[in-house]
Design a protein. Sequence first.
Length: 135
Amino acid sequence: MSALDPVLARLTALHPKLIDLKLDRVLRLLERLGNPERRLPPVIHVAGTNGKGSTVAFMRAMLEAAGRRVHAYTSPHLVRFNERIVVAGAMLPDGELLALLEECERANEGRPITFFEITTAAAFLAFSHYVLEKY
């Protein structure tokens, strides 16, 4: 059992019952967190049906081989939740990730939100804490 399991279970339980594709929930949470998405380094958003994880891994490898430090957020994870949020090339330790998730949980105030939305907010928060080289 991971130290993250209790908070991940609580966050999963917040999922809204009705499907609502608007961004209101996550935008509200990001605002309560101080809008970390506005303090991110340059972002490459990889979207599509298949191959996103492989594409991100390939791009990370190229950028890191060129001497760049890279953050990455992927979903789902394969073995451990920590795989989802990579900061400057490394997974966050349990304690640091737990603190981020709990900060997002507090800021959300028990309101309905999807697991993906709240963990995406946690990734933005993590990335905003680590300054990469200027581009």
